[in-house]
Structures are given as C-alpha cells and as structure tokens.
Write a protein that binds this ligand. Structure first.
Ligand code: HEC
Ligand code: HEC
Length: 175
C-alpha cells in the first residue's frame, strides 16, 4: 500500500501546483467575444454543466444585464462550456455565480471584507482587479496583485500560508 500513498502525494502536490493554470481551454473566439465583453470570460471549469445550461437558458435576464444571443451562437457556446465544465458540489451554485461556489470561498478565505469592498475591486466577480494576468489565462498566485496598496511582504506571508494550507487540504482539493 505504500506506493499508493506516495502516488497520492505526488498527484496531490502536482494538482496543487497546477492550480493556477489548470483553467486553460482551447481558443474559442466566439465565447471569448460574447462572454468576455462585459467581464472576463470566466473559465468553464468554475461551474458545472448544469449551471451553465441554466445560465445560458436565461441570458435575457443575466444578472443585471441582457446578454441575449441568437440560438445558434447560444448552442455553440453552451456546448463549449459544458465540454470543459467542472463537476461536483464544489463548483456548483444555485445562484449561478462562481463567487458563490464552495470552491471560490475556500480559495479566497484569506481575502478580507475590506478588500472585497475596496473601490478598485467593487465586486467579487471582478476577477481581474486582483488576477491581473487572468486575461492571458494566468490565475497563478504569482499573478495576483492586491488593490488598496496591500504591501508586498503581506502578500508574501499570504502565499506562504496559502501553500501550507493547501497541503492540509489536499483531500478537498481532489474532490
Ligand atoms: C451585457 C453584459 C454581459 C454579457 C455580454 C455577459 N455577461 Fe455575464 N455578467 C454580467 C453582469 C452585469 C454580471 C454580474 C456582475 C456582478 O455581480 O458584479 C455577470 C455575471 C456573470 C457570472 C457570475 C459571476 C460571479 O459572480 O461568479 C457568470 C458565470 C457569467 N456572467 C457568465 C457569462 C457568460 C457565459 C456569458 C456569455 C454567454 C456572459 N456572462 C455574458 C454581464 C454580462
Ligand atoms: C480582491 C482580490 C481578488 C478577486 C476580486 C478575486 N480573487 Fe482569486 N484570489 C485572490 C487571492 C488573494 C487568492 C489566494 C492566494 C492564496 O491564498 O494562495 C486567490 C486565489 C485564486 C485562485 C487560486 C490560485 C492558486 O494558484 O492557488 C484562483 C483560480 C482564483 N483566485 C480565481 C478567481 C476568480 C475566477 C475570480 C473572479 C470570479 C477571483 N479569483 C476574484 C484574490 C482575488
């Protein structure tokens, strides 16, 4: 059984490190254009296929906006989202918000209330306020710049604690 433990450990740490870039998807210009005009085109992996289906079924009343598409484009984008969708409860939310999923809360539990309400952030949905390289598909810790003048050394400590914490939570990271 020893090899199994070793394998699980290797797998766990590889996945933890790959976290930042595991949201890459093949280029899909229509999705990028239609779903990236008002906000960043959110990675398909961050909601379940069911969530995407419901979201794409209600684009005429999409949060505060009307994001209606013609049926052909809608289907093409839904197919793409579902192909790369996340699975399981951690990526599911009844509000259809990534920011309400258990995954999001866990990843962001060290972000303070003050930071979320910082004028430069405004909304949790505004990923690129902090993930400054996310448009290029880089969600890694190295690509995070906190607004509100949070000092570099604070971030250092944060990412150190982050790695430690992920070590403890490997069990959850894999589900
Ligand atoms: C006309 C503008 C507009 C377009 C186009 C648009 N959205 Fe949105 N979207 C919004 C607004 C506004 C919100 C709410 C943002 C907030 O609460 O800060 C939102 C929120 C979201 C959220 C939830 C974000 C969170 O809080 O976790 C998802 C998921 C989403 N959009 C997906 C899509 C997809 C997929 C498409 C393409 C089919 C799309 N959007 C196109 C305006 C738009
Ligand atoms: C207020 C700034 C801020 C906003 C806005 C924000 N994040 Fe984050 N994000 C962080 C911080 C800080 C971390 C945690 C770093 C740590 O503790 O290791 C993080 C972690 C992550 C990680 C894990 C990175 C890794 O390598 O472990 C991902 C992926 C991520 N966020 C995606 C998103 C998405 C998607 C959105 C928008 C729906 C978003 N974030 C909005 C600050 C932010």
């Amino acid at each position: 059984m020893k090899w199994l433990t070793a394998f699980a450990l290797i797998l766990g740490s590889t996945m933890a490190q790959a976290d930042g870039d595991k949201f890459s998807v093949p280029n899909h210009p229509k999705w990028k254009e239609e779903c990236g005009s008002c906000h960043i085109a959110y990675p398909p992996q961050l909601l379940t296929g069911d969530n995407w289906q419901r979201l794409m079924g209600g684009l005429d009343r999409h949060f505060d906006a009307n994001a209606m598409l013609d049926p052909k484009d809608n289907k093409e984008i839904l197919d793409f989202l579902q192909r790369y969708a996340g699975t399981g409860g951690r990526n599911s939310s009844s509000s259809l918000r990534i920011t309400d999923t258990p995954w999001f809360s866990r990843k962001h539990r060290e972000v303070s209330i003050n930071t979320w309400s910082d004028p430069a952030v405004k909304s949790r949905s505004n990923c690129t306020a902090c993930h400054v390289n996310a448009e290029r598909g880089d969600w890694s810790e190295r690509g995070i710049k906190m607004p509100g003048g949070q000092r570099a050394e604070e971030l250092e400590g944060q990412s150190e604690r982050g790695s430690y914490r992920r070590g403890e939570n490997r069990e959850h990271d894999r589900d």
